[in-house]
Design a protein around this ligand. Structure first.
Ligand SMILES: *Cc1c(COP(=O)(O)O)cnc(C)c1O
Length: 383
């Protein structure tokens, strides 16, 4: 079955990005590739085996549903780590499959202990420390309560790691807060050691922290967005290029998103296009209809804003993006016909559309737009 658009993912671009990430790591730092959010919209089931080919043997997901997909496609020795939510009913599966998990709640730890005792499988845990994000993680007081539980049940717990997450390492505005978090993390780690808990590894860095604060790389990094060819922020990119005196962007976007022209129409001067009156043709126009709408992840915010490529030319979305269709102005495109390729993200001729050229820019636009790409759009793997 063909979907109204297809997403190609490039093995060579992915390998390029993973090689780049590895080149930024200190010696003996392990790489965990983050594939939460359906691998940032790319598709977990595709990205995991592709990244394995590039040498990755550790993946981070948010929850058990994602862990199950990763587990179903990965090599037997590949490790999977859940950084977020494990539902009660999934705990047995998690323990049985040796999936490691962040723990950040006393109740959660007790539940893991109960099920570990009942099933005879050890719980593989990463103790998450509250260092200033104020989202998940044990503070010192909670840690005092939790430590004896872990120590007394060393038959049932394997302390794989100690970890935290930074509140905005992609922006220099958060510099002081991040530095404080690093200090608190180191103190928390020492506190564990003093109390006889020896986590195998320490990990705290996401993409931005790994680049901007190399000391946060510790024993392992959890890198998401860079893997897919995007910088966590413009600031991180500038910081890196400046520090290394590189001129060119070392990352490659791994997605190409393409569709086709489904219909063409000539519109008279003074007529409106689509629902309502948001777009009026001020001159005679030729309009192409593309079978892509907000139900396909082509956001309504791209109405009268977005750009796509047709016949190598950049053209603008006119009128409102509908549920299944968008209209673009092809008045000045040569020889456009039904069936012509439309590039929504990627390269055509000499022109290129990046995810961030997708409309109003906000800091997190790459993350949000990517994860909204519906999993039902067909993925095609390219070399
Ligand atoms: C999402 C996430 C990461 C990866 O973040 P990127 O900015 O995509 O590298 C790392 N750690 C945790 C806990 C996360 O939630």
């Amino acid at each position: 079955m063909r979907t109204t658009s297809v997403i190609e993912i490039s093995q060579s671009a992915l390998e390029n990005n993973i090689e780049f990430i590895k080149s930024t790591l200190n010696e003996n730092v392990r790489l965990s590739t983050v594939v939460k959010g359906n691998a940032y919209g790319h598709g977990i089931e595709y990205i995991v085996p592709m990244a394995e080919k590039a040498g990755v043997d550790h993946f981070s997901v948010f929850s058990t549903d994602e862990a199950r997909i990763a587990k179903s496609v990965c090599k037997p020795d590949t490790e999977i780590m859940i950084m977020g939510y494990v539902d009660e009913e999934d705990v047995d599966w998690v323990l049985e499959n040796g999936i490691s998990c962040f723990v950040y709640q006393t109740e959660q730890l007790r539940l893991f202990l109960d099920r570990a005792k009942a099933t005879g499988n050890k719980a593989q845990i990463h103790i998450e420390l509250e260092t200033g994000m104020n989202r998940t993680g044990f503070n010192r007081q909670q840690l005092r309560k939790v430590i004896p539980v872990i120590k007394e049940n060393s038959d049932h717990f394997h302390v794989k790691g100690v970890c935290t997450h930074y509140a905005g390492a992609e922006s220099i505005a958060n510099h002081v807060r991040v530095q404080k978090q690093i200090t608190r993390f180191n103190q928390g780690y020492k506190f564990l050691l003093l109390n006889g808990i020896h986590p195998e590894i320490r990990h705290s860095a996401c993409s931005a922290a790994a680049i901007a604060y190399p000391k946060t790389q510790m024993d392992m990094v959890r890198v998401g967005i860079l893997t897919y060819g995007y910088w966590p922020s413009k600031e991180t990119q500038i910081h890196y290029l400046h520090k290394t005196k590189h001129k060119l962007n070392p990352l490659r976007q791994i997605i190409t998103w393409r569709s086709k022209v489904m219909s063409l129409k000539n519109v008279k001067e003074g007529e409106f296009v689509g629902y309502g009156t948001t777009y009026m043709a001020l001159e005679k126009k030729k309009i192409a209809v593309v079978p892509l709408g907000y139900s396909h992840g082509f956001s309504r915010s791209l109405s009268n804003q977005g750009r796509v490529l047709i016949n190598g030319q950049r053209v603008g979305v006119v009128g409102m993006v509908n549920m299944n269709m968008a209209t673009v102005d092809v008045t000045y495109v040569d020889k456009v016909k039904v069936g012509d390729e439309v590039i929504i993200i990627g390269k055509q001729g000499d022109n290129y559309i990046t995810v961030s050229s997708f409309g109003e820019l906000s800091e997190q636009v790459n993350y949000e737009l990517l994860t909204r790409l519906p999993s039902r759009i067909k993925r095609i793997i390219k070399p």
